[in-house]
Write a protein of this length. Structure first.
Length: 109
């Protein structure tokens, strides 16, 4: 797992291990309300986070989960996204306003 402050996205330039399937959470830190959060999955986090940096203003840090080897597949990260969104919605502790789509459960072996 990586914790990457938005202010330090240059760190990603030397991190080739983040150029594979990843499950991630972008977290805002507004103390007045529940934290605004975005939960996602991607094949290439280094590229995906550039889009989020340009389009989502609320977040201050990213939690990124990747496999240290090639054991985590696209289906695995899609399942993690599905479960995390379901748990976040049930717990009602985050604002998920940017998660517009509800992912479907994947069929894992």
């Amino acid at each position: 797992m990586f914790v990457i402050p938005r202010s330090n996205l240059a760190y990603l330039n030397g991190q080739d291990k983040l150029q594979k399937p990843a499950f991630y959470v972008l977290i805002g830190e507004d103390a007045a309300t529940k934290p605004e959060t975005y939960i996602g999955e991607t094949e290439h986090f280094k590229e995906r986070v550039k889009d989020h940096d340009n389009k989502k203003s609320f977040w201050q840090k990213a939690l990124v989960f990747v496999s240290k080897d090639a054991d985590m597949t696209n289906a695995d990260v899609q399942y993690l996204e599905y479960k995390a969104i379901a748990v976040a919605n049930e717990s009602n502790t985050f604002i998920l306003s940017d998660n517009k789509q509800t992912p479907k459960a994947t069929n894992l072996p």
